[in-house]
Design a protein around this ligand. Structure first.
Ligand SMILES: [Zn+2]
Length: 224
Protein backbone atom coordinates (compact mmCIF):
# COMPACT_ATOMS: atom_id res chain seq x y z
CA UNK A 1 0.00 0.00 0.00
CA UNK A 2 1.20 3.49 -0.72
CA UNK A 3 0.91 6.22 1.86
CA UNK A 4 0.29 9.91 1.50
CA UNK A 5 -0.09 12.71 4.00
CA UNK A 6 -3.65 13.98 4.44
CA UNK A 7 -2.83 17.14 2.52
CA UNK A 8 -2.39 15.05 -0.64
CA UNK A 9 -6.02 13.95 -0.69
CA UNK A 10 -8.42 15.53 -3.15
CA UNK A 11 -10.77 17.94 -1.45
CA UNK A 12 -13.88 15.95 -2.36
CA UNK A 13 -12.76 13.04 -0.21
CA UNK A 14 -12.78 15.21 2.86
CA UNK A 15 -16.31 16.43 2.41
CA UNK A 16 -19.59 14.81 3.22
CA UNK A 17 -21.61 13.66 0.23
CA UNK A 18 -24.26 16.09 -0.92
CA UNK A 19 -26.97 13.55 -0.25
CA UNK A 20 -26.32 10.88 2.35
CA UNK A 21 -28.36 7.71 2.63
CA UNK A 22 -30.54 7.63 5.72
CA UNK A 23 -28.73 5.94 8.57
CA UNK A 24 -25.54 5.42 6.59
CA UNK A 25 -22.39 6.00 8.57
CA UNK A 26 -19.97 5.72 5.68
CA UNK A 27 -20.55 9.30 4.56
CA UNK A 28 -19.69 10.81 7.91
CA UNK A 29 -16.77 13.19 8.06
CA UNK A 30 -13.54 11.26 8.59
CA UNK A 31 -10.93 12.43 11.04
CA UNK A 32 -8.05 12.21 8.55
CA UNK A 33 -5.45 12.48 11.23
CA UNK A 34 -2.41 10.29 10.85
CA UNK A 35 -1.35 8.34 7.79
CA UNK A 36 -3.82 8.02 4.91
CA UNK A 37 -3.38 5.38 2.22
CA UNK A 38 -5.03 6.98 -0.81
CA UNK A 39 -5.06 3.99 -3.18
CA UNK A 40 -6.26 0.55 -2.06
CA UNK A 41 -8.13 -2.06 -4.11
CA UNK A 42 -10.44 -4.42 -2.25
CA UNK A 43 -12.33 -7.41 -3.60
CA UNK A 44 -15.37 -9.32 -2.39
CA UNK A 45 -14.71 -12.92 -1.34
CA UNK A 46 -16.43 -14.38 -4.41
CA UNK A 47 -13.93 -12.69 -6.72
CA UNK A 48 -10.95 -13.62 -4.52
CA UNK A 49 -12.07 -17.26 -4.35
CA UNK A 50 -13.11 -17.54 -8.00
CA UNK A 51 -10.34 -15.46 -9.53
CA UNK A 52 -9.94 -17.78 -12.56
CA UNK A 53 -13.57 -17.34 -13.55
CA UNK A 54 -13.30 -13.56 -13.44
CA UNK A 55 -10.04 -13.58 -15.42
CA UNK A 56 -12.07 -14.87 -18.36
CA UNK A 57 -14.60 -12.08 -18.05
CA UNK A 58 -12.42 -8.97 -18.31
CA UNK A 59 -9.26 -8.33 -20.33
CA UNK A 60 -7.98 -5.58 -18.03
CA UNK A 61 -8.53 -7.72 -14.94
CA UNK A 62 -6.71 -10.57 -16.73
CA UNK A 63 -3.83 -8.24 -17.50
CA UNK A 64 -3.34 -7.38 -13.84
CA UNK A 65 -4.35 -10.50 -11.95
CA UNK A 66 -3.37 -13.49 -14.12
CA UNK A 67 -0.19 -13.76 -12.10
CA UNK A 68 -1.11 -15.63 -8.90
CA UNK A 69 1.48 -13.51 -7.08
CA UNK A 70 -0.74 -10.46 -7.66
CA UNK A 71 -2.42 -10.41 -4.26
CA UNK A 72 -6.06 -9.59 -3.78
CA UNK A 73 -7.22 -8.21 -0.46
CA UNK A 74 -10.56 -8.16 1.27
CA UNK A 75 -11.58 -5.17 3.37
CA UNK A 76 -10.74 -7.17 6.50
CA UNK A 77 -7.26 -7.89 5.13
CA UNK A 78 -6.79 -4.16 4.56
CA UNK A 79 -7.93 -3.22 8.07
CA UNK A 80 -5.51 -5.79 9.54
CA UNK A 81 -2.65 -4.44 7.43
CA UNK A 82 -3.55 -0.85 8.36
CA UNK A 83 -3.43 -1.76 12.05
CA UNK A 84 -0.06 -3.49 11.62
CA UNK A 85 1.42 -0.57 9.69
CA UNK A 86 -0.13 2.32 11.63
CA UNK A 87 -2.35 3.56 8.80
CA UNK A 88 -5.29 5.56 10.13
CA UNK A 89 -7.51 5.73 7.05
CA UNK A 90 -7.59 4.15 3.60
CA UNK A 91 -9.36 5.13 0.41
CA UNK A 92 -10.71 1.86 -0.99
CA UNK A 93 -12.29 0.81 -4.27
CA UNK A 94 -12.93 -2.31 -6.29
CA UNK A 95 -11.92 -2.84 -9.90
CA UNK A 96 -13.07 -1.04 -13.08
CA UNK A 97 -14.66 -3.94 -14.89
CA UNK A 98 -16.09 -3.24 -18.35
CA UNK A 99 -19.25 -5.09 -17.32
CA UNK A 100 -21.54 -2.74 -15.36
CA UNK A 101 -22.90 -5.74 -13.43
CA UNK A 102 -19.43 -6.55 -12.10
CA UNK A 103 -18.96 -2.89 -11.19
CA UNK A 104 -22.15 -3.07 -9.12
CA UNK A 105 -20.85 -6.21 -7.41
CA UNK A 106 -17.61 -4.57 -6.27
CA UNK A 107 -19.37 -1.30 -5.41
CA UNK A 108 -21.86 -3.06 -3.15
CA UNK A 109 -18.92 -4.63 -1.37
CA UNK A 110 -17.15 -1.28 -0.94
CA UNK A 111 -20.35 0.33 0.37
CA UNK A 112 -20.66 -2.46 2.96
CA UNK A 113 -16.98 -2.19 3.86
CA UNK A 114 -17.03 1.54 4.58
CA UNK A 115 -20.21 1.13 6.62
CA UNK A 116 -18.55 -1.64 8.62
CA UNK A 117 -15.47 0.48 9.30
CA UNK A 118 -16.60 4.09 9.77
CA UNK A 119 -13.69 6.42 10.27
CA UNK A 120 -11.20 3.91 8.84
CA UNK A 121 -12.30 3.51 5.21
CA UNK A 122 -13.51 5.98 2.58
CA UNK A 123 -14.83 4.46 -0.65
CA UNK A 124 -14.83 5.26 -4.35
CA UNK A 125 -17.12 3.72 -6.96
CA UNK A 126 -16.07 1.82 -10.07
CA UNK A 127 -18.34 2.47 -13.02
CA UNK A 128 -18.24 1.73 -16.74
CA UNK A 129 -18.47 5.23 -18.25
CA UNK A 130 -19.06 3.90 -21.73
CA UNK A 131 -22.20 2.11 -20.63
CA UNK A 132 -25.56 3.85 -20.35
CA UNK A 133 -25.53 3.05 -16.65
CA UNK A 134 -22.27 4.83 -15.82
CA UNK A 135 -23.66 8.02 -14.30
CA UNK A 136 -26.62 6.19 -12.73
CA UNK A 137 -24.25 3.83 -10.92
CA UNK A 138 -22.06 6.72 -9.78
CA UNK A 139 -25.14 8.47 -8.39
CA UNK A 140 -26.31 5.32 -6.62
CA UNK A 141 -22.92 4.91 -4.97
CA UNK A 142 -22.53 8.55 -3.93
CA UNK A 143 -26.01 8.49 -2.46
CA UNK A 144 -24.96 5.40 -0.50
CA UNK A 145 -21.98 7.26 0.96
CA UNK A 146 -19.08 6.71 -1.44
CA UNK A 147 -16.97 9.80 -2.10
CA UNK A 148 -16.27 9.77 -5.83
CA UNK A 149 -15.30 7.43 -8.67
CA UNK A 150 -12.13 5.42 -9.10
CA UNK A 151 -9.89 3.86 -9.90
CA UNK A 152 -11.20 3.83 -13.47
CA UNK A 153 -9.25 2.81 -16.54
CA UNK A 154 -9.49 4.38 -19.98
CA UNK A 155 -10.10 1.66 -22.52
CA UNK A 156 -9.83 1.74 -26.32
CA UNK A 157 -12.39 4.47 -26.89
CA UNK A 158 -10.39 7.08 -24.98
CA UNK A 159 -11.86 9.74 -22.70
CA UNK A 160 -14.88 10.38 -24.88
CA UNK A 161 -18.64 9.94 -24.81
CA UNK A 162 -19.89 8.88 -21.38
CA UNK A 163 -16.69 10.04 -19.72
CA UNK A 164 -17.80 13.63 -20.18
CA UNK A 165 -21.22 12.92 -18.66
CA UNK A 166 -19.51 11.34 -15.67
CA UNK A 167 -17.14 14.29 -15.29
CA UNK A 168 -20.02 16.77 -15.33
CA UNK A 169 -21.93 14.73 -12.74
CA UNK A 170 -18.94 14.38 -10.41
CA UNK A 171 -18.06 18.07 -10.69
CA UNK A 172 -21.64 18.95 -9.75
CA UNK A 173 -21.34 16.73 -6.68
CA UNK A 174 -17.86 18.07 -5.88
CA UNK A 175 -16.61 14.48 -5.97
CA UNK A 176 -13.22 13.40 -7.31
CA UNK A 177 -12.42 11.13 -10.26
CA UNK A 178 -9.40 8.86 -9.85
CA UNK A 179 -8.04 7.54 -13.16
CA UNK A 180 -5.43 4.89 -13.81
CA UNK A 181 -2.48 6.41 -15.64
CA UNK A 182 1.20 5.62 -15.77
CA UNK A 183 4.54 7.15 -16.42
CA UNK A 184 5.45 7.19 -20.12
CA UNK A 185 9.07 6.22 -19.47
CA UNK A 186 10.79 3.20 -17.98
CA UNK A 187 10.05 -0.52 -18.09
CA UNK A 188 6.83 -2.29 -18.97
CA UNK A 189 4.78 -4.03 -16.29
CA UNK A 190 1.24 -5.38 -15.99
CA UNK A 191 -1.11 -2.42 -16.02
CA UNK A 192 1.22 -0.17 -17.95
CA UNK A 193 -0.37 1.01 -21.16
CA UNK A 194 -0.56 3.85 -23.61
CA UNK A 195 -2.13 6.65 -21.64
CA UNK A 196 -1.10 9.84 -23.49
CA UNK A 197 -0.58 12.84 -21.28
CA UNK A 198 -2.29 14.96 -23.95
CA UNK A 199 -5.49 12.96 -23.53
CA UNK A 200 -5.61 13.60 -19.78
CA UNK A 201 -4.68 17.26 -20.26
CA UNK A 202 -7.51 17.79 -22.78
CA UNK A 203 -9.99 16.08 -20.46
CA UNK A 204 -8.88 18.16 -17.47
CA UNK A 205 -9.14 21.34 -19.54
CA UNK A 206 -12.68 20.42 -20.62
CA UNK A 207 -13.70 19.95 -16.97
CA UNK A 208 -11.93 22.62 -14.92
CA UNK A 209 -14.31 22.12 -11.97
CA UNK A 210 -13.58 18.40 -11.69
CA UNK A 211 -11.08 17.13 -9.12
CA UNK A 212 -9.05 14.73 -11.26
CA UNK A 213 -6.43 12.40 -9.80
CA UNK A 214 -4.04 10.53 -12.12
CA UNK A 215 -2.79 7.43 -10.33
CA UNK A 216 0.79 6.35 -11.08
CA UNK A 217 1.44 9.33 -13.35
CA UNK A 218 4.98 10.59 -13.16
CA UNK A 219 8.33 9.95 -14.71
CA UNK A 220 9.32 13.39 -15.92
CA UNK A 221 8.60 16.71 -14.24
CA UNK A 222 8.13 18.47 -17.57
CA UNK A 223 5.07 16.32 -18.22
CA UNK A 224 3.17 17.62 -15.24
ZN1 LIG B 1 -4.76 0.87 -8.54
Amino acid sequence: MSTHPPAALPAGLLQEPVQQAAGASCGDALPFTGIVDAHVHVFPPEIVCERAAYLKRDAWFRNLYSDPRARMASAEDVIREMDDCGVATSVVFGFPFADPGLCRLVNDYVIEAVRAHPGRLAGLACVAPDSREGVDEAERCLDAGLRGCGELVVRDGGLEGGWHDLAVFLAERDAPLLLHANEPVGHLYPGKGRFPVDMFAAFASAHPDLTLVLAHMGGRPSLL
